[in-house]
Design a protein around this ligand. Structure first.
Ligand code: GLA
Length: 446
């Protein structure tokens, strides 16, 4: 992109307060609840860049009315606790999915993606979960789930783009689903709370994509707040936004091992938890899920459980406690305490929950000896994907170089590291065509 031309339009474009796009009164009024003004001029500008890209896919952009974007997510701590209605502590990040769309009245849904120009068309009324699972379910499922939730989606032309890596444990699928539910609702003229959007997106993932995930990812990518981590109670869905310290950075490191929550191991962990809980309930009938089990209860029932069942529940119980302590550590800027909790979480996920792998363990071990490290652990479901590394900001460069070198030496493979920022979750905004200059520049540059 030509920086000069871009710079000129930034200064003269349709914005007032630096970096914030001004929308007309009608547009402002049409937005409340989940509908927000684009955070920055960059974000609003991007829509024009996509326009040019979408045209290459043969998609008509002239009728686009809404744009939605949703972050990927990192989970700082609180892993495999969401489906036990426990606590999680994720943040939405600045690797994002962006979608634009125009309503149609003829019941047709056309979705184009930047990914090799893939596109799919379907009649909205005919959408139903099928046995055939490929990328299409992630872009069609949200519209099915909206209809199942009583929202009258009459049809749409949609284009999807983004930079959340697939299969990396950074919630690329939740990001696509939440962005599309947000867009679909806006196109249908319906205001929804972000938590409701997350619920609908999870329905799409559970029932249309047949992935038995919990609610963490969809809530994080929908409800995250810029500069904050988000402590979430997965039973009540109560959110506490905790400011993330300015002098700490989040570095994600890709193990290069693709993971999938749809693979059988994730469901197997859930089944092991369920069979353990059945036994716990014989003594403690009020226990509903892992969230309700205390360390004392677990001690008491230890002999009733298979060893593997005990270890699975032990992880859930201790991880819930670590989550709460991590909140204290972040609020008190206590890096050593937070680091110990992250390593503790990783060990528990590796030994008790058995969702780590050689590459993830190696990344954490190497990171622990790198300059600037606060703490590291696998993030997301595990079985591959990324680690999260909290790093003192002034040491990020040295940290990344040392981790990349150390990983290559230990594993013989390359790790891609990325610095990510805690970012806003879902942003839905009407498309503003008031700045044709941006549009022309974008077309030339894309
Ligand atoms: C995946 C799932 C989440 C959660 C994590 C593990 O990301 O989608 O619901 O269970 O794994 O914490």
């Amino acid at each position: 992109m030509a920086a000069g031309a871009f710079g000129a339009s930034r200064q003269e474009g349709n914005h007032g307060r630096e970096g914030h796009v001004i929308l007309d009164d009608a547009a402002e009024k049409s937005m409340s609840g989940n509908h927000r003004i684009a955070d920055s001029f960059d974000e609003a500008f991007d829509q024009y860049v996509w326009t040019a890209r979408a045209e290459k896919c043969g998609i008509d952009q002239s009728k686009w009315t809404w744009l939605a974007s949703a972050g990927g997510r990192v989970n700082i701590i609180g892993e495999h606790t969401d489906y036990h209605e426990g606590f999680v502590f994720p943040a939405a990040i600045d690797l994002r999915t962006r979608v634009v769309g125009a309503p149609r009245q003829d019941g047709k849904l056309n979705v184009g993606t930047e990914n090799e120009g893939n596109s799919v068309s379907a009649a909205v009324a005919d959408l139903k979960p099928s046995e055939k699972l490929d990328w299409r379910v992630y872009v069609l499922g949200p519209f099915w789930a909206l209809r199942e939730s009583g929202i009258d989606v009459k049809g749409a032309d949609v284009f999807v783009t983004g930079n959340v890596p697939f299969g990396g444990g950074l919630s690329s699928s939740a990001s696509v689903e939440v962005a599309l539910v947000g867009l679909g609702a806006a196109l249908a003229g319906v205001q929804l709370e972000k938590a409701e959007i997350a619920r609908i997106a999870r329905k799409a993932e559970n029932e249309f994509c047949r992935v038995p995930c919990g609610i963490m990812d969809q809530m994080a990518v929908a409800c995250g707040r810029e500069g904050h981590a988000m402590l979430l109670d997965c039973r009540t869905l109560e959110i506490t936004h905790v400011p993330f310290p300015d002098d700490w950075a989040i570095v994600v490191a890709d193990s290069g091992v693709k993971h999938s929550v749809g693979g059988g191991e994730y469901a197997k962990r859930q089944a092991q938890g369920a069979s353990a809980l059945e036994k716990v309930r014989r003594r403690f009938p009020s226990v509903k899920l892992g969230r309700d089990v205390t360390a004392a209860m677990l001690d008491e029932v230890q002999n009733d459980l298979e060893k593997v069942e005990y270890r699975r529940l032990h992880h859930v119980v201790t991880e819930n406690m670590r989550c709460d302590e991590a909140r204290w550590a972040i609020e008190h800027h206590d890096a050593p305490r937070l680091g110990a909790l992250l390593y503790g979480s990783h060990r528990s996920l590796a030994a008790d929950y058995e969702v780590s792998c050689f590459e993830l363990d190696a990344l954490v071990e190497v990171a622990a000896a790198c300059p600037g490290i606060i703490g590291a652990r696998l993030t997301g479901a595990g079985f591959g994907g990324n680690t999260i590394n909290l790093v003192h900001k002034d040491k990020v460069k040295e940290f990344r170089a040392a981790l990349e070198k150390g990983y290559r030496k230990k594993v013989g493979k390359r790790t891609v590291t990325r610095v990510v920022k805690p970012s806003e979750g879902l942003v839905v905004t009407p498309i503003d065509r008031a700045d044709p200059r941006c549009f022309q520049e974008a077309e030339q540059e894309a």
